[in-house]
Design a protein around this ligand. Structure first.
Ligand code: PRX
Length: 634
């Protein structure tokens, strides 16, 4: 059993111990996992290179911890409850024994197709059990998984395949989302035309939609499964072997492959799951995130399975067939712990209480929130109407790069305040710094959030480009990991995340680089230049506002042009990056050195034009007047 903190006093003693003697603390936590060989050293690190190594000299396999070790104690317990998109279709209950067998078979499918330890396998699949099975199958044989959210476009997928030099893709013949059916095999085919490293595409027959196969490359999962043995020895992994790559957006145009290694990630995902959610043996736990995001990796698949929990995997969306779907699923599967995103809460709140009423939510004990700041109104609605006033809310702050939850209340243990992620978890040493990198000591301060000491599941590198990792995260403030978030520490020492301070926006909990969206917009033939900023959006948290300069020689009506730009972004990145507002402008506010003054564009997008600040350093200050006038018409 993973160690669990049960009181606020215990939290403080664990926290103090973790700061005073981190190596001892993390060695103690690691003791509750199964190792083929224990570590020689707990931690070696420097943040200059950066180089971080946890549990050096040890051997283990994360799937033995997620699956094998539970076989004797809970082999017949449900590991995964799969709830399909279509509510009239039966849910699946997969026991630990069955999951083990399915993972071993899938691992053998990979092996039979030439996949070896260290190879990169891309998973582009709908939210079906085989997605979790694929992730674990890779881990079983030491292949590095790179899950790409199946809402990304062919070109985004191709970029990720090429960056990772993946050799195999796992996909399906189709997917459903609400009342839409998606031709994901078609998207994969389009991507593979531009991804020469991929030699195999293993296709799950799921939607039964007709697909075309490329001879010698595409094969059916079920045909391979029929030939695969159900026995697959787990590959003994060294602590710092890569477990997975997950692409995420930064300030630059190109998404980066965040690399997580296996031992530290395992210990941290398992430990934080048990503690943040105060998981009790037998609880049914539901995280609504897609496995294509870090939340799905750490708290749908790995964290729960490491704890022997029953984890719900939902294929659908919150509003299909109607806005009561979440509450119906909670009632149906008697969910005890529910973890979702503020954007979903705000959207469901907007449909009205009639969708909540009449559903038995009495099984709920803990509520979680992730992905973006939760505003007070949504917090109270969640607390009062879903948690009926008695379920603690854990507002969990973390990132793809951190691998696991960093700042969050332990549910029911840490006293909460709406919109505060509260206190750092044991092992996490946050600091707030000012622009110059000076640490802001004491309480009642606001600054940029950094972490000054390593934790087991932290990013190790960005795939194929270590310098990028150093520059992005470890060079802004010497000797510290910089999160990119602004943060306030109030008089009680509680942390409130204020949002990104870089050129990253958070749309419905999805992280997007403004440069990435601009690059996509600029692909449209009529576009000369663009600038993208975020603006407050009632449901999405932030919306995407694009200022676009168009070629006047291309005679196009502006509404047509705007819809074409939206279609271009959707094609290049995926529907999640579609601009909410597009303003066609004659010029952008640039300084004499050619830098776009985004501060001004942000103010315009927010509708706050009363105080645009100093515009005297602009090359052409009249541009701003045009933009302000045009904004009223958007
Ligand atoms: O700005 C923070 C915001 O989401 C960013 C990380 O995004 P991503 O890597 O996609 O991971 C999302 C899921 C962990 C952070 O830099 N963020 C995440 N959780 C919160 C949050 N902002 C405020 N409160 C949170 N609970």
């Amino acid at each position: 059993m993973i160690n669990r903190i049960n009181s606020f006093g215990e939290y403080w003693s664990a926290y103090n111990e973790s700061v005073q003697n981190p190596e001892q603390f993390w060695a103690n936590q690691a003791e509750s996992f199964f190792w083929r060989k224990k570590w020689d050293s707990v931690l070696e690190w420097n943040f200059e290179e950066p180089s971080v190594k946890w549990y050096g000299g040890s051997l283990h396999n994360i799937t033995e911890n997620c699956l094998d070790r539970h076989l004797f104690t809970r082999g017949n317990q449900t590991a995964i409850i799969w709830e399909p998109n279509d509510p009239t279709q039966a849910a699946q209950h997969i026991t630990y024994k069955e999951l083990h067998e399915r993972v071993c078979k899938a691992a053998n499918i990979l092996k039979n197709n030439g996949v070896k330890k260290g190879d990169r396998v891309c998973i582009y699949m709908p939210m079906v059990p085989e997605l979790a099975v694929s992730v674990l199958a890779c881990a079983r044989i030491g292949a590095i998984h790179s899950v790409v959210f199946a809402g990304f476009s062919a070109s985004s997928l191709a970029d990720r395949l090429n960056d990772a030099e993946a050799t195999v893709v796992l996909t399906s013949d189709g997917a459903y989302r609400g009342n839409k059916s998606i031709d994901i095999k078609g998207i994969v085919d389009e991507a593979l035309a531009k991804s020469p490293t991929v030699k195999r595409s293993i296709v799950l027959r799921y939607a039964n939609t007709p697909v075309t196969f490329t001879e010698g490359r595409d094969i059916w999962w079920h045909e391979e499964e029929a030939k695969a043995s159900a026995i697959c020895e787990a590959e003994p992994m060294e602590a710092e072997d890569m477990l997975f790559i997950l692409y995420t957006s930064g300030s630059t145009g190109k998404p980066k492959g965040v690399v997580h290694t296996t031992a530290g990630y395992m210990v941290y995902a398992g430990y934080t799951f048990a503690n943040v959610f105060q998981y009790n043996d037998g609880d049914v736990y539901w995280c609504t995130a897609d496995v294509g995001w870090i939340t799905g990796h750490s708290y749908l698949v790995y964290g729960p399975l490491l704890n022997g929990a029953t984890t719900v995997m939902f294929e659908g969306i919150p509003t299909y067939p109607d806005a009561s779907r979440f509450w119906k699923v909670i009632e149906k599967h008697k969910v005890n712990i529910f973890y979702t995103a503020p954007t979903a809460i705000r959207s469901l709140q907007g449909f009205g209480l009639e969708y909540v009423e009449g559903h038995d939510l009495s099984s709920l004990r803990v509520l979680g929130s992730v992905g973006e700041p939760i505003n007070e109104e949504a917090w109270h609605w969640y607390h009062d109407h879903i948690g009926k006033g008695h379920c603690p809310i854990t507002d969990t702050w973390w990132q793809t790069e951190t691998g696991g939850i960093m700042i969050a209340p332990l549910a029911g243990v840490t006293p909460t305040k709406p919109s505060f992620a509260t206190l750092p978890l044991p092992g996490i040493q946050p600091v707030l710094v000012d622009e110059k990198g000076e640490e802001l000591v004491g309480n009642g301060v606001e600054g940029n959030l950094c972490i000054k000491f390593p934790w087991p599941s932290m990013i190790r590198t960005t795939y194929g480009d270590h310098e990028r990792c150093r520059l992005n995260y470890f060079s802004t403030y010497a000797g510290m990991y910089f999160t990119g978030d602004g943060c306030r520490r109030d008089e009680d020492g509680y942390y409130r995340i204020l949002g990104r301070v870089d050129d990253v926006i958070n749309v419905s909990g999805h992280r997007m680089g403004t440069a990435e969206v601009e690059n996509a917009i600029n692909e449209h033939l009529a576009v000369v230049e663009s600038a993208v900023v975020g603006y407050p959006h009632d449901i999405k948290g932030q919306g995407i506002y694009a200022f676009v300069i168009c070629d006047t020689h291309v005679p196009m009506e502006s509404s047509l042009l705007k819809s074409e730009i939206i279609a271009t972004v959707s094609k290049i990145i995926g529907p999640i990056a579609k601009p909410d507002k597009i303003q066609i402008v004659k010029g952008l506010p640039k300084t004499r050195s050619g830098k776009i003054m985004r501060r001004i564009l942000r103010k315009v997008a927010e509708g706050d034009i009363s105080n645009l600040g100093d515009t005297s350093t602009l090359l052409d200050p009249t541009v701003v007047e045009d933009i302000v006038a045009g904004a009223k018409l958007v």
